[in-house]
Design a protein around this ligand. Structure first.
Ligand SMILES: Nc1ncnc2c1ncn2[C@@H]1O[C@H](COP(=O)(O)OP(=O)(O)OP(=O)(O)O)[C@@H](O)[C@H]1O
Ligand SMILES: Nc1ncnc2c1ncn2[C@@H]1O[C@H](COP(=O)(O)OP(=O)(O)OP(=O)(O)O)[C@@H](O)[C@H]1O
Length: 563
């Protein structure tokens, strides 16, 4: 595909979103597009699949050619035969009543016969671990199951170009690694062209990539082989996170120019690399900080089963203490969102009690619970009901009869904290996914709840906003004592910000311990569908103590952020 002097301006925007894009992606290449939130990555992706200009209007100048076709002159259907897209928000992609029909959708379009269609659907469902969900309504799938389902529906069609907009955000860490391997396999075996937009650079690099394209403010600011990009400081310059193992190498003052295979964790090496890392690592142990308060939330003997669905919890008990920062992790579909919904009252247990500060939550309405326990959903589109940003953030306060001057003050304060003040009078529809997510966090924070459950708070966020958001939540926790539960698949977030990790397994708690201790337990990592970080792998490769090394690097990194 080829972009020649391409600029694009959305009709509702005063300025272009993309400027002067010149980009060639050869047939059979595999590229990763990265860039801060709002830099125009999805917009570029939508030019590849033709959603722009055919479904989303604006002014397009320059020339975009995809699979030999001028996008401006092709229609959306023709382009869809060449380009299979997994969107950032898979919800918008479901059209059928069952997961199986959705996976088969592209094949139906291609008029594939029924028998081979069924075989292929089964085959892809097995590859993406969806066999149990095939007859389920796609809307009731868990976040990660939706993502896998959307992926199956695209991969099954074996189009020549595959476009993934943040494929990892909703996948559990083990599924993320498997998805990257699966995409790589298709790329290798079938020669497909793969374009991936993803914030989690480190996780994408578990498989080889031909080029990394860095975007900033609507322009391409770098385009090179990962080895070359990793030698530079471009990620930091545009506000992106470097892979942690690169940070560790820099911390240990390893000259990157001397390192061979910098982008390949399995091969990376340089003379005396191990010795340097060893010398840097000082031996300190981090004391577990598990119980630093009184029980705030207790669940006792909870049973829960979806009507026509699986039994999720059986005699489940749990206590969360005041002031804790807890990471709730586990395999896609294990019940993390369900647990959050039991606590917030969106669903009710079949048996058992949930108490908050000693009060039985069953005696409170959903709104009364929301004053105490805020819930930030995984998908921002499920939470937003207003058109304008300011109105959305003010809504909860208005419903509670707060005076308008007080509303203005609190909304302004929270918009500033969340980095949204500049957009306060914008319609939400003109925001990127990451920006929308921050609007939903702002609308909960403004209510000042005692506990906040955040379902993947940083999914779709770039590094700068991730850090800003997490540092803010940490500050909030330290200064106000608000208790935080993060439902997350992000192992870094868990290592950096949680003092306790609860890993769910089928039916209940698999393990409840400090994050580093959990990641050190290979059996738990496998059972909870977690994955080792690059630091862990680096330490193992050079025979360092992985738990100790990980904690050292994380501490080093956090010190940098707190300065
Ligand atoms: N449908 C739209 N209508 C108007 N403006 C839009 C629309 N979609 C995106 N924009 C504008 O384009 C900018 C870039 O959005 P885009 O989704 O391309 O960014 P991104 O780099 O993919 O960000 P993120 O990482 O947050 O998903 C946004 O900040 C927004 O101002
Ligand atoms: N309304 C429903 N009817 C039937 N089954 C459901 C319903 N809602 C959820 N499920 C199923 O219950 C299980 C738990 O879903 P839940 O969303 O709690 O998982 P999760 O741990 O949050 O997953 P993820 O990591 O993918 O977000 C999944 O197998 C899901 O398909």
């Amino acid at each position: 595909m080829n972009f020649e002097n391409v600029s694009f301006q959305y009709d509702s925007q005063a300025e272009p979103t993309l400027y002067d894009i010149n980009l060639k992606i050869k047939r059979g290449e595999k590229v990763l597009i990265v860039g801060p939130s709002g830099s125009g990555k999805s917009t570029l992706g939508n030019l590849i699949n033709g959603l722009i200009p055919h479904a989303i209007s604006g002014t397009l100048t320059g020339k975009v050619t995809v699979a030999g076709v001028d996008v401006n002159h092709a229609n959306l259907f023709d382009l869809s035969l060449h380009v299979g897209t997994v969107l950032q928000d898979p919800d918008t992609q479901f059209v059928s009543l069952t997961a199986a029909e959705d996976i088969a959708f592209a094949l139906e379009n291609d008029a594939v016969n029924n028998v081979s269609m069924k075989t292929k659907v089964k085959e892809w469902a097995a590859k993406l671990d969806l066999e149990q969900q095939l007859m389920q309504n796609p809307q009731t799938l868990s976040g990660g199951q939706k993502q896998r389902n959307a992926m199956a529906g695209v991969l099954i069609d074996e189009g020549e170009i595959l476009l993934f907009d943040e494929p990892l955000a909703a996948l559990d860490p083990a599924a993320g690694e498997q998805a990257m391997a699966l995409i790589n396999e298709l790329h290798q075996q079938l020669g497909m062209t793969v374009v991936m937009i993803e914030h989690r650079i480190e996780d994408v690099l578990t498989q080889p990539v031909d080029r990394i394209i860095v975007m900033s403010n609507g322009r391409i600011v770098a385009d090179a082989h990962p080895e070359d990009i990793l030698q530079t400081t471009i990620f930091k310059e545009v506000g992106l996170r470097e892979p942690l193992y690169i940070e560790a190498l820099k911390a240990a003052q390893v000259p990157l120019a001397s390192v061979k295979d910098l982008s390949d964790m399995a091969k990376i090496n340089s003379p005396s690399l191990g010795e340097r890392l060893q010398a840097w690592q000082t031996h300190t142990t981090v004391t577990p900080d598990k119980s630093n308060g009184l029980p705030l939330l207790t669940l006792e003997n909870i049973n829960f089963k979806y009507t026509n669905g699986p039994q999720i919890f059986k005699n489940f008990s749990l206590a969360i203490n005041q002031g804790e920062m807890v990471a709730l992790v586990g395999k896609n579909g294990v019940g993390k969102t369900t647990l959050s919904q039991l606590i917030t009252g969106f669903v009710s247990p079949n048996a058992g009690t949930i108490k908050f500060n000693g009060i039985d939550l069953a005696t409170l309405s959903v709104k009364e619970r929301a004053d105490k326990i805020g819930y930030v959903m995984q998908d921002p589109n499920h939470m937003i009901s207003k058109i304008m940003i300011r109105d959305e953030v003010a809504l909860g306060l208005e419903l509670r009869g707060i005076k308008s001057a007080e509303i203005t003050r609190r909304v302004d304060e929270v918009l500033k904290i969340c980095g949204l003040y500049a957009f306060r009078n914008w319609p939400i529809s003109a925001l990127s996914f990451g920006q929308k997510k921050r609007v939903t966090i702002a609308s909960i924070l403004v209510l000042k709840p005692q506990m906040i459950i955040l379902d993947e708070p940083t999914a779709g966020q770039d590094w700068a906003h991730y850090t800003e958001m997490m540092q803010f939540l940490k500050h909030l926790n330290a200064t106000t004592g608000v208790t935080l539960i993060f439902v997350t698949h992000d192992m870094h977030l868990m290592l950096e910000y949680a003092n306790r990790t609860i890993a769910l397994g089928s039916g209940g708690i698999l393990v409840d311990d400090t994050p580093a201790a959990i990641l050190a337990n290979e059996q738990v990592v496998a059972e909870a569908s977690l994955a080792q970080t690059s630091l862990y792998k680096l330490a193992q490769r050079f025979k360092l103590d992985p738990v100790n090394f990980t904690e050292q690097v994380i501490k080093y990194e956090m010190r940098g952020q707190n300065e």
